[in-house]
Design a protein. Structure first.
Length: 170
């Protein structure tokens, strides 16, 4: 999926291989998309010459639109790359989607672990990818974030629904 997302020619000029810093009129730093954040700067400092970081983002949300007939429901998910300009990244037709049934938390974690199993190895070794400009480059994919609503995050992190998944308050 990662290779397929990166090689799309229409992304030429809209794919960021290196981090960017944005500044306001008063000189204050502006944090925008993933490629402007500290995580990409930190990861880019760890890469070798000629390599770039591939920021993989997961998105999931079980909603009313996913309720099937009877007592079954599914949880749609998408995978996108933080390196892609937001105008292209946010279009529904631009991201691969997967559907998983709503199952126990342990099984859901096993499914997600299987989906992302290769990321750690690929981060260590790197992977050759055809880029939007047609050149072959060495990239290092890393799971940079997960976007979900509160209840989905509670399920993903296996925490009590009365706790906060962001801070340490019980």
């Amino acid at each position: 999926m990662i290779r397929n997302l990166i090689k799309q020619p229409y992304l030429d000029g809209h794919f960021y291989y290196t981090p960017v810093r944005w500044y306001g009129a008063n000189g204050e730093r502006i944090i925008g998309p993933c490629y402007t954040g500290d995580q990409m700067w930190e990861q880019a400092d760890r890469t070798r010459e000629g390599e770039f970081i591939i920021l993989v983002e997961g998105i999931s949300d079980e909603g009313l639109l996913t309720v099937l007939c009877g007592d079954k429901s599914i949880c749609p998910g998408t995978i996108t790359l933080g390196n892609i300009d937001a105008r292209y990244r946010k279009k529904p037709s631009m991201v691969p989607a997967y559907l998983r049934p709503v199952i126990s938390k342990q099984v859901a974690h096993a499914v997600l672990q299987d989906v992302f199993a290769e990321l750690e190895v690929l981060y260590q070794t790197g992977m050759k990818v055809v880029c939007p400009d047609g050149k072959v480059r060495q990239g290092r994919p890393i799971l940079s974030g997960w976007l979900s609503d509160f209840m989905e995050i509670v399920k993903l992190f296996c925490i009590n629904k009365d706790s906060c998944p962001v801070c340490s308050s019980p």
